[in-house]
Design a protein around this ligand. Sequence first.
Ligand code: HEM
Length: 179
Amino acid sequence: MKGIVFTEFLELVENKFGIETVDQIINESELESNGVYTAVGTYKFTEMVSLLTNLSNLTNISPNDLLKVYALHFFDVLVQNYGSILNMYKTPLELLESIDAHIHVAVRKLYPDAELPYFEVAKTSENTLTMTYHSSRAMYAFAHGLMEKTFEHYNQKATITYELLKDDGTIVKFEIIKE
Ligand code: HEM
């Protein structure tokens, strides 16, 4: 997992819960990196799982709820750092439809070791898109938050529902209906 995912996560934890919480979750997690991350480095996904689990235990907020809130923040990071990619799309549905075929392809060129999900997309009507998320990381709550924030970014609204096609969250079908 890319370092930017860790650095931004820890920054959000610091802003919401304080630096003591950052220190505490780093100390409680057994981290090969010792909790020292650079944005361009690459670290084990299991480190993110440990940090999230410890934050969840400390705050009594479920890991999925934490991931969803984190996604709302991460979208702003994407706007700041990858605006040139995002600005190519005029509508939220167009953007979401292009994640697999274009956006994450561009990300992979920048970072060949990026661990990205795979989406099966189908435009089932003018205003409806189904996206089936596939990833061994089961970060579908993160995907959900990014999808919601995509609509907010364009000042548009949508109803986004999802269904776990595998109980472990590695395959999740989203239905996105633009209002
Ligand atoms: C310009 C737009 C975008 C850029 C530059 C971008 C880039 C990235 C990067 C760098 C990662 C981390 C990879 C790693 O740690 O190895 C990532 C992960 C991820 N991205 Fe994107 N992304 C974009 C838009 C989106 C959108 C709109 C979605 C909404 C569904 C999305 C879904 C995800 C998910 C769910 C992950 C977590 C990894 C996983 O589940 O396996 N991305 N993306």
